[in-house]
Ligand binder design. Structure first.
Ligand SMILES: Nc1ncnc2c1ncn2[C@@H]1O[C@H](COP(=O)(O)OP(=O)(O)OP(=O)(O)O)[C@@H](O)[C@H]1O
Length: 301
């Protein structure tokens, strides 16, 4: 059983009182007793991120259960994307970012000095806000990762060397596209350029590209924000399906979407603070914190 735990060292936060007169710390003591079903896939402890002088994430601790959907919500600039990028060390690419604290994947520290970042990003894949397919065929987009890692070899040279495994590529492309709920729409045009797909199809293609590297965790940063309602509904169904096999962490601005698709929800509020993290039903129906209630009910944000 995993258990979420959140402790803040920020004195100001500790002393903050809610409208009901209870201190934030008292409230946290209540909700941190909550136990999520399933084992923890990712364990975050004492995570702090600075961009230069800006303290973008403040002492975040949370357990992310496997094979479930965890939503990260909160107003613009509260640190949701920063948090997401910490889970596969994408923030390492930002020169001004300083990251302190611990993130464990299946109990193993990802911030250890000798961590293999290529392997980490294979295990913890990412789908970005705006679909970003390569200007290549649909097939090449999906098999890009396995080819890059040398797991799939195709083309004339591989054939001459007797190393070609085109059948495997076909299987992998079909499996990934099926899992991304796109196969039926593109199976007859795999060699067409991916740039000709609609925005919603491109986003599912990017998900297929992520799935092709056989990840265990999928990080999604507002995957439906650029899509129309029908394409959004498909992405939401997809997220639901994916959580049967994968651990999904998704950033969304859309409260109804978080309520529909996630098992647990983490609410970040301005200043990089994780205010409450609990089962999604609890966050939306009966949150501990008045600030969270105001936010999820649309009183501010
Ligand atoms: N690459 C960066 N360099 C410097 N500061 C950054 C960088 N990325 C984010 N920040 C700052 O860190 C804070 C948190 O940003 P972040 O993008 O993580 O928030 P967010 O909650 O995802 O916002 P949004 O919902 O608008 O995408 C913001 O003040 C932002 O300006």
């Amino acid at each position: 059983m995993s258990k979420n735990a959140l402790q803040s060292t920020e004195t100001t936060q500790r002393q903050q009182t809610t409208t009901s007169g209870e201190s934030t710390e008292q409230l946290r003591d209540e909700w941190t007793d909550y136990e999520f079903a399933g084992d923890s896939k990712l364990s975050v402890e004492g995570l702090n991120v600075h961009y230069g002088d800006e303290h973008a994430l403040k002492d975040i601790s949370m357990e992310i259960p496997e094979r479930s959907v965890t939503a990260l919500v909160g107003p613009s600039g509260c640190g949701k994307s920063t948090f997401l990028r910490c889970l596969n060390r994408m923030n390492d690419r930002i020169n001004s970012a300083q990251i302190d604290g611990s993130v464990r994947l299946d109990g193993e520290e990802i911030y250890q000095d000798n961590a293999n970042l290529v392997e980490l990003r294979k295990r913890v894949g990412m789908v970005f806000q705006a679909p970003n397919p390569f200007p290549k065929s649909i097939r090449d987009n999906v098999s890009y990762g396995p080819r890059k890692h040398g797991e799939i070899k195709t083309g004339l040279i591989a054939r001459l060397l007797g190393e070609a495994n085109e059948d495997e590529e076909d299987e992998l492309v079909e499996r990934a596209l099926r899992n991304a709920a796109l196969w039926d729409e593109v199976s007859d045009r795999l060699d067409d350029n991916a740039m000709g797909l609609s925005g919603g199809q491109q986003q599912r293609l990017c998900t297929a590209r992520c799935l092709a590297t056989d990840p265990e965790v999928i990080l999604m940063d507002e995957p439906a924000s650029a899509l129309d309602p029908i394409a959004t509904a498909k992405i939401e169904d997809l997220v639901d399906d994916l959580s049967e096999e994968y651990t999904v962490v998704v950033v969304t601005h859309n409260m109804q979407q978080a309520a529909r698709i996630s098992d647990q929800t983490a609410v970040f509020l301005t200043g990089g603070e994780l205010v409450e993290y609990d089962e999604t039903g609890k966050i939306f129906e009966n949150p501990e914190s008045q600030r969270v209630e105001d936010y999820v009910s649309g009183k501010f944000g």
